[in-house]
Design a protein. Structure first.
Length: 551
C-alpha cells in the first residue's frame, strides 16, 4: 500500500507531502484545485511520458517520490525475483523529470532505467480515469479484462504462448525473407565472390604496405644515398684511415719507453678495425643503391593495388583481411541456405502445432471463466441500479495472433426486449461508467495490485446510483487500498480518510495545497458538495446521515 507521497514543482503544486492509510481515501475540492495533478504525478511513477509543460513555471525540474509497504506475498515474491532488496517490506520509488527531457529514476535509492521503473510499479498500483471509459469499447481492452479475471490459471499459459509466438514470428519472417529473395541472394553471392577474389588476387600481407613504402622512399632517394655513401667512403679512406695508421705507429713507438701507450695502441687498433667494418657496411649499402627501374614500377603497382583495397574494404591491411573473413562467413551462410530453409520449415511446423495446442487451452479457460465474469458483472450492475440489463461476452475465433485465437466483444442490452449489441452502440456515458466500475471491481478481486486509484470515474452518476457506487468502493477498499477523486457527496461520505485539495495565492503565485479533513470539517465539505458554498444546517444534517451509513 502507498504510505507516503511527495510531489515537488508539478503544475501548480509547489511542494506536497501526503500520508496515506488503508481503506478508502477520498480527494475532493473545486475543479482546477489540483486533484488530478496529484494523480498525474503518481502516473509518472508508472513510467508514463511527460510533457515539459507539467514542470512548474520557473523551475528546471520536477520530482515525485512514494513510499510503499508491500503486504501481498505474491507482489513481494515478484519484486524479489526482479532482484529488488526490501527492508521491512518497504519500497521507495522516485522519478525526477527535467525541462531538458532527461529522466532520473530511483528504486530504494538505486538508479534504474525508466523501463525498469515501469516494470516494477505496474505490480504496485494502477490508475483508472474517467477518460478510460471509452477504452471499454476496444476489443483488445475487453480481452485484457477477461484475461485478468482468469488470473493465474491463464497467466502461465499466456506467458508461455507469447514467448513462443514471438520466436515463431521472428523465424517466420526470416523464412519468408529467404524464400522471397532467391534472386537477391544469387546477386549477393556473385558480389561476395567478386570481393573475395579481388582481395585474394592481391593477397596483401600484414605490414607489407609499410615495408613497401620504406623501400620506395629508399629507391626514390637512391642517388643521394649513393652519393653520400661514396663521400663517406672517400673521407674515411683519405683522411681517417691514414691518420689512424700514423697514430698507431706513433703509439707503438712511444710504448717502448712508456708501457701505458700499449693500452692506447690497442684501443687505436680497435677503432681501426671498427672503422674498417663500417667501411665495409657503407660499401655494401652504396652498391645496393643501384637504381632498378623495374623494381620501383613493381613497388608502385603493388602499393596501388593495396591502396585500392583499402578504399573499398578497410583503411589498413588488418581491416581488409578482417573484412575478407566476414565475406567468407556470409558466403558460407548463403551456401548453407538450403539447409536453413528446411530447418526453419520444420521448426515452424512444430511450433505452429504447439501454439495451436496452447491457444486452445487458453480459449477453453477464457470461455469457461467468461460465464462467471458475465454473472458477476450483472450482479454489480444490478447493485448500481441497472437491473434490466443483459450482458454477454461474445467470442470471435480468428487466426493465431499475439493473444491466441480469441477475440472478444462485450454485448449489452439495457432494456427488456432489446437485442444485445456492442457497448459502443448502446451504453450512455453514465452506463459506461457503471459498467467500467463493475468490471474494475471484479478484476480487482483477482489482481494482486494493492492500490487502485480512481480519477473521477463516477462522472455522470448521481442519486441512488451514487449511494450504490459508494458502497461498492467501500467494499472494494476492504481488499485493496483505494484512492478516489470524486465530486459526489455520497462517495465522499464513504471515506476512511478524506483530503480536501484547494488553491491559494502566495507571493503572487497560485499553488495547490491539501488538507486532511476530520470530524466537522469533513461534514462541512460533504455538505458543500450538496449545496455549494452556502452550507446550511439541513445540508450538514444530510451529510451526517450519509456518513452514518458507513460507520
Amino acid at each position: 500500500m502507498l504510505k507516503r507521497l511527495f510531489i515537488e514543482n508539478i503544475a501548480i503544486i509547489d511542494r506536497l507531502d501526503i500520508e496515506f492509510d488503508k481503506g478508502l481515501t477520498i480527494l475532493t475540492g473545486e475543479t482546477g484545485a489540483g486533484k488530478s495533478i496529484i494523480i498525474d504525478s503518481l502516473s509518472l511513477l508508472l513510467g508514463t511520458k511527460f510533457k515539459k509543460e507539467i514542470i512548474r513555471t520557473g523551475c528546471s525540474k520536477a520530482c515525485v517520490s512514494a513510499i510503499f509497504e508491500i503486504e501481498k506475498k505474491n507482489v513481494l515474491d515478484t519484486l524479489i525475483q526482479m532482484g529488488i532488496s526490501l527492508e521491512d517490506n518497504f519500497l521507495i520509488v522516485s522519478r525526477e523529470v527535467y525541462s531538458s527531457g532527461k529522466n532520473i529514476c530511483r528504486v530504494n535509492n538505486q538508479f534504474v532505467l525508466l523501463s525498469s521503473l515501469r516494470e516494477i510499479t505496474k505490480h504496485l498500483f494502477e490508475i483508472h480515469g474517467q477518460n478510460e471509459t471509452h477504452l471499454l469499447n476496444d476489443k483488445k481492452i475487453q480481452l485484457l479484462y477477461i484475461d485478468r479475471f482468469c488470473g493465474k490459471e491463464l497467466e502461465e499459459l499466456k506467458t508461455e504462448y507469447k514467448d513462443l509466438y514471438r520466436d515463431y514470428q521472428e523465424k517466420k519472417r526470416l523464412y519468408e525473407q529467404i524464400i522471397t529473395r532467391e534472386e537477391e541472394r544469387a546477386r549477393q553471392l556473385d558480389l561476395l565472390n567478386y570481393q573475395i577474389n579481388e582481395i585474394e588476387n592481391v593477397n596483401p600481407q600484414i605490414s607489407e604496405d609499410k615495408e613497401l613504402e620504406k623501400r620506395k622512399e629508399i629507391i626514390q632517394n637512391s642517388w643521394k644515398l649513393k652519393h653520400n655513401s661514396e663521400k663517406m667512403l672517400d673521407t674515411i679512406n683519405n683522411t681517417i684511415i691514414d691518420s689512424l695508421e700514423m697514430c698507431i705507429r706513433l703509439a707503438n713507438e712511444n710504448s717502448r719507453y712508456d708501457k701505458e701507450f700499449e693500452t692506447i695502441s690497442e684501443r687505436l687498433n680497435n677503432v681501426y678495425y671498427e672503422i674498417e667494418d663500417i667501411l665495409l657496411s657503407i660499401s655494401k649499402k652504396s652498391q645496393s643503391y643501384e637504381v632498378n627501374k623495374d623494381e620501383i614500377e613493381q613497388i608502385v603497382d603493388r602499393l596501388d593495388k593495396i591502396n585500392r583495397l583499402k578504399k573499398k574494404y578497410g583503411s589498413t591491411i588488418e581491416k581488409i583481411l578482417e573484412y575478407k573473413e566476414k565475406l567468407l562467413e556470409e558466403r558460407e551462410k548463403i551456401r548453407n541456405n538450403s539447409k536453413q530453409v528446411l530447418d526453419l520449415k520444420e521448426y515452424l511446423n512444430k511450433t505452429k502445432e504447439k501454439l495451436d495446442e496452447i491457444s486452445e487451452k487458453m480459449s477453453d479457460i477464457r470461455r469457461r471463466k467468461s460465464e462467471e465474469f458475465e454473472k458477476k458483472v450483472l450482479e454489480i450492475l444490478s447493485q448500481l441500479e441497472m437491473k434490466n440489463v443483459s450482458f454477454y461476452v461474445k467470442f470471435l475465433e480468428r487466426e493465431l495472433y499475439e493473444e491466441g485465437i480469441d477475440e472478444v466483444e462485450f454485448l449489452i442490452s439495457t432494456n427488456v426486449g432489446q437485442q444485445p449489441r456492442p457497448l459502443s452502440s448502446i451504453a450512455s456515458g453514465g452506463e459506461l461508467s457503471r459498467i467500467m466500475l463493475a468490471i474494475k471491481s471484479i478484476v480487482a478481486e483477482k489482481d494482486d495490485i494493492e492500490l487502485i486509484i480512481f480519477d473521477e470515474i463516477d462522472s455522470g452518476l448521481s442519486g441512488v446510483v451514487a449511494n450504490k457506487l459508494a458502497k461498492l468502493l467501500k467494499e472494494l477498499s476492504k481488499k485493496h487500498q483505494i484512492i478516489c477523486i470524486t465530486h459526489l457527496p455520497q462517495v465522499a461520505a464513504a471515506a476512511d480518510t478524506h483530503y480536501y485539495v484547494y488553491k491559494e495565492v502566495k507571493d503572487n503565485l497560485t499553488i495547490s495545497n491539501i488538507k486532511k479533513l476530520e470530524g466537522n470539517e469533513q461534514l462541512r465539505e460533504i455538505a458543500r458538495m450538496f449545496s455549494g458554498e452556502n452550507v446550511t444546517e439541513n445540508s450538514i444534517l444530510h451529510a451526517k446521515q450519509l456518513k452514518s451509513q458507513f460507520v
